[in-house]
Design a protein around this ligand. Sequence first.
Ligand code: SAM
Length: 240
Amino acid sequence: ADHLLEYPTSHTEMNWNEFFPAYFKEDGTPVYPDSDVSSVRFLDVGCGYGGLTVSMSKLYPDRLTLGMEIRVKVSSYVHEKIQALRQHGAAAATPEQLAAGKPTLYQNASVMRANTMKHLTRFFGRGQLEKIFFLFPDPHFKRAKHKWRIISPALLDEYAYVLRPGGIVYTISDVLVLHRWMDSHLEAHPMFERVSEEEIENDPAIYLVKNSSEEAQRVDRNGGRKFLAIFRRIVDPDER
Ligand code: SAM
């Protein structure tokens, strides 16, 4: 249950060493300060079995990607998977890479068991994230359950807060009513604007959004459609 989840009182108290030991020292200070790998930049909300988290970390070796997943067994599965991938990554590294002292493959991927609907701002500071992913979230069809949907006006305020200006929210679903819900809430929110088709086509992350997660592969097997809604956190001229 939720009361067993651990979370810091503030993102500044958060020690990421447990999650990214190659990037944070035991006392929690970054190994590479003033760089893009000094904090988590990509967040996979409800990462499930972690297909996107893992493939984003490979595509973007100079960013830290975190998956958040509420189910205990599923998050432990992803944890084990990443540990195994890290071992393979270390074993496959060339002597030159090892001599350069840079982290090997998948050290920049991690998973946390967490309820993103509750504790997001305990983990991330204002403007910290560059990308947030919502891949095939649970539809919660019944009206009484709509409050459990992972996109809502109140939660969009939080996502806008933790995203840097210009940061991107990616949503995808095979459930048309849920897609319309996410799309219309993002469209209506003053801090988000729609990303153009052209920009979407040129975004290397899109292929992974459509294809890398376990749920995307299930939709393919069942011959379902995939609906994308992709929005940018606006650059507000009044913001300092
Ligand atoms: N994104 C993955 C994919 O595309 O394969 C998983 C999709 S699955 C249908 C939705 C996932 O979101 C489930 O694993 C569920 O446990 C997780 N989830 C639901 N609510 C959550 C919450 N509040 N915080 C974190 N994870 C959540």
